[in-house]
Design a protein around this ligand. Structure first.
Ligand code: ATP
Ligand code: MG
Length: 393
């Protein structure tokens, strides 16, 4: 079976398009590597993925392939496709197209249809419009269905290239964006909440490979947040493959902060420490930025002042892809990517440990730095990193 794959914004890249296309082809191969004999070929402006299924298993496997392709960043859409190799004689090629299309749709039931032809190669003797009309008339006559351009029950897509035609009937939308790995790496701070998995996905869709970092308060709290982080990483892994999750024990540091720091500043200090630990992980993983799921004003710790103070704890850029998103939009993303149901499960999140009753909303950098003078921050960071557990997915 062949899948014709159209890529997304890569089409707009001029000079280094082949870098992006190669990355996408590589990612597709990785996503399908457990299926037999997968080949990904570059054609002009698109990719062709060939998979040799044994016919007895084809039905089920097509849907497996579709489920995976739907999640690969960089794919705009894809379609199971049939191929006709062109002879160069226009009339004969048109005849082959007609016969092949009618053969493939013979056992499908529909009463109206349209043809959507696209001529990528202008040497083909008929224009797209002429192909639509000629093929449409033929199908209408052979199948006994009527043409409906506005609201067809069935669509025949035909793509005419220089040396071949592909046609198919079901185009599936992909997630779009850029292939994972084309923009570099990030360390994504992954809580068990709704926002950070959505933020991770947003960054992966912009071509980042995400390394996940989760802070937990085990054994002060139970294991549930780690379990959630692991399940969330598994779902996110289906968008990038080969993920890594750092599980970082944060309870001891929290307890120290809760003992010594003024209560309203606790959350800001926790957050700054999380970023510092993540920055060290970034160094080790050769990641160029951090990412969080913060959205401006969503909770007390996410005011502009607090975010500014939190940012100043590290040198790396902190990306916040959800900063301007409303909660309902974030929930929509979480539902689409499949993380929502896990995120809403109750857990003992580290933020619940020693949480201040009245957190500061306008944190001040001078006050924050003065409070931190009481702590041996490098020691806290290495204490956490020394006990980190790494899960490879
Ligand atoms: P989320 O829905 O992602 O949990 P939130 O609305 O609960 O976010 P905060 O608790 O203020 O907001 O957390 C802000 C961001 O800090 C999170 O989106 C996440 O990136 C990071 N973060 C918070 N807690 C943790 C944690 N335990 N481990 C890793 N990152 C965390
Ligand atoms: Mg949270």
């Amino acid at each position: 079976m062949s899948f014709l794959i159209h890529y997304s914004e890569i089409a707009l890249k001029k000079g280094n398009r082949s870098f992006f296309v190669n990355k996408l082809a590589e990612n597709i191969k990785i996503a399908l590597k457990d299926l037999d004999d997968v080949g990904v070929k570059k054609l002009s402006g698109r990719l062709l993925c060939d998979i040799r299924f044994p016919t007895f298993a084809a039905g089920n496997r097509i849907s497996i392939v579709e489920e995976r392709l739907k999640k690969i960043p960089g794919i705009a859409n894809f379609m199971p496709a049939f191929e006709i190799v062109l002879s160069g004689a226009g009339a004969a090629d048109m005849e082959s197209l007609k016969q092949a299309v009618v053969k493939e749709i013979a056992d499908r039931k529909f009463s109206s249809f349209r043809i959507t032809a696209q001529r990528g190669d202008k040497d083909f003797p008929l224009t797209s419009e002429e192909i639509n009309r000629e093929l449409g008339a033929f199908v209408a006559r052979e199948i006994g269905a009527r043409v409906d351009l506005e609201n067809p029950e069935f669509t025949v897509f035909a793509q005419i290239l220089r040396d071949r035609i592909f046609f198919g009937f079901e185009k599936t939308k992909g997630v779009g964006g850029l292939p994972v790995g084309s923009s570099g790496r990030i360390v994504s701070l992954l809580s068990g909440g709704i926002d950070s998995p959505a933020a991770s996905f947003m960054m992966m869709k912009r071509g980042c490979r995400a390394v996940f970092a989760h802070f937990h308060s085990f054994p002060y709290l139970d294991y549930s947040s780690q379990q959630k982080a692991l399940e969330l990483s598994e779902i996110l892994n289906s968008y990038q493959y080969g993920s890594k999750l750092y599980l970082l024990p944060f309870g001891k540091a929290q307890s120290e902060i809760a003992t010594k720091a003024p209560e309203p500043y606790r959350t800001v200090i926790y957050r700054r420490l999380m970023l510092r630990v993540s920055e060290k992980i970034a160094e080790k993983e050769k990641a160029g930025a951090l990412a969080t799921g913060e959205s401006l004003g969503q909770v007390a710790s996410q005011t502009m002042e607090n975010i500014s103070v939190i940012d100043k704890s590290v040198n790396l850029t902190v990306l916040r892809p959800l900063i301007g998103f409303n909660k309902e939009d974030i929930i929509k993303i979480a539902r689409e990517i499949g993380t929502y149901d896990i995120s809403i499960m109750p857990d003992q999140d580290c933020c619940q440990l020693f949480m201040p009753k009245h957190p500061v909303t306008k944190a001040d950098i001078k006050i924050t730095e003065k409070i931190e003078k009481d702590f041996d921050i490098p020691k806290m960071i290495s204490g956490i990193l020394g006990k980190a557990e790494i899960k490879i997915l």
